[in-house]
Design a protein around this ligand. Structure first.
Ligand code: KG4
Ligand code: ZN
Length: 341
């Protein structure tokens, strides 16, 4: 197997599940040699959201230069790579196909291994990047998913709860759009909220009995109040809306951890970039004695380093995927890899 010094075999990972063309090169499980992300956000902003055909056509033009950039950043050649990995789902079908096809083509031409990786497993394990995966309760909060998962060990996951309607990031983006903010709304609301009063508007907190989440009522509450707002209210609306989401996520995650006897909470996905979510989890976990692992900011939104990390764990176990492996736009994290099944 190709190795790089004493750092372990090199994995080149490709992530194209949505609108980011991302490439990473990881040596062993810990040494990130390169991670590049070409964001298409400016292209999609004019449409107020991601247009699948625009995304896939842009991946087509970005993949080769991004791979070359990653190899240059890592100071390695394509011949040094031991395995090629790609996100196989969930995501946009045509975007996934491009990344997977390129990774497979590179694996075939170099006679190396191919690994198909679950995007959600990438997010879930990103708080452990570069370290050991410890038993914990994981919260994935992204544009497409809001999921609570028990992590027993690598590959041993059990679904605890999920959203019944909108994902947390989707709620941020939809409310951002209603408020006239540029796409994606999440980071814009985070920025505007810094100057706002989170107690000014009492938006509803959907505390369903179980561990499931619901954010559509909150979104509707903002819509009903829109005619009453004046432009100067914007920072207070953003702060109050954000507080309602953060309080729901933090409270429900901590009560699930208490019930399940989990001592460590691992938070990941694009929304885990949110500054208030990070301080909210930190305050509560410190107060109640939980150990908190937050995905590093660069690994919160879509990136290929998290995909390479999962691939490296699989490679270390001697796993690889057949070249006939398909993509799956609706790929689930569990029960396919639920250790209780
Ligand atoms: O993980 P991600 O890049 O893509 C998916 O797998 O969905 O997450 C993107 C989501 C978007 O909804 C975006 O608005 C949200 O993450 N997001 C944020 C912040 N940064 C990104 N939401 C709230 N506050 C932020 N700072
Ligand atoms: Zn994602």
């Amino acid at each position: 197997m190709t190795t790089f010094g004493s750092q372990g075999p090199l994995v080149l990972a490709v992530e194209t599940s949505c609108d980011e063309t991302a490439i990473a090169i990881l040596a062993g499980k810990r040494h990130l040699l390169a991670s590049v992300v070409a964001s298409q956000v400016a292209l999609h902003r004019a449409h107020g959201g991601v247009v699948p055909e625009v995304a896939s056509r842009n991946h087509l033009t970005q993949l080769r230069p991004q791979i070359e950039q990653a190899l240059a950043d890592a100071r390695v050649s394509i011949d040094d790579i031991a395995a090629f990995a790609a996100t196989a789902g969930p995501g946009l079908a045509t975007s996934l196909m491009l990344g997977a096809s390129v990774a497979k083509a590179l694996a075939v031409s170099a006679g190396k291994k191919y690994l198909a990786i679950n995007h959600l497993e990438g997010h879930l394990l990103s708080p452990f990047f570069g370290g050991e995966i410890v038993p914990s309760l994981g919260l994935i909060v992204s544009g497409g998913h809001t999921i609570l998962v028990e992590v027993e060990a690598f590959g041993k996951y059990r679904m605890v709860g999920q959203t019944r309607d909108d994902a947390a990031g989707e709620a941020f983006d939809k409310v951002g759009k209603m408020l006239g903010l540029p796409y994606p709304g999440g980071p814009e609301i985070d920025r505007k909220a810094l100057a706002g009063n989170a107690n000014r508007f009492a938006f509803p907190r959907s505390m369903l009995q179980e561990t499931d989440f619901s954010f559509s009522g909150l979104k509707t509450a903002v819509r009903y109040m829109l005619p009453k707002f004046v432009p100067a209210d914007l920072p207070d609306i953003c702060a109050s809306f954000q507080e309602a989401i953060v309080e729901t996520l933090v409270t429900k995650t901590i009560s699930a951890a208490q019930r399940l006897g989990r001592k460590t909470i691992a938070v990941s996905g694009g929304v885990s970039c949110n500054s208030r979510l990070r301080t909210g989890f930190r305050e509560q976990c410190d107060a109640l004695g939980f150990s908190l692992l937050l995905a590093p900011p660069a690994l919160c939104t879509d990136n290929a380093a998290m995909i390479a990390f999962v691939a490296a764990e699989k490679l270390a176990r001697g796993e690889c995927s057949p070249l006939a492996a398909d993509i799956d736009p609706n790929l689930k994290l569990t029960p396919a890899i639920d250790w209780l099944e």
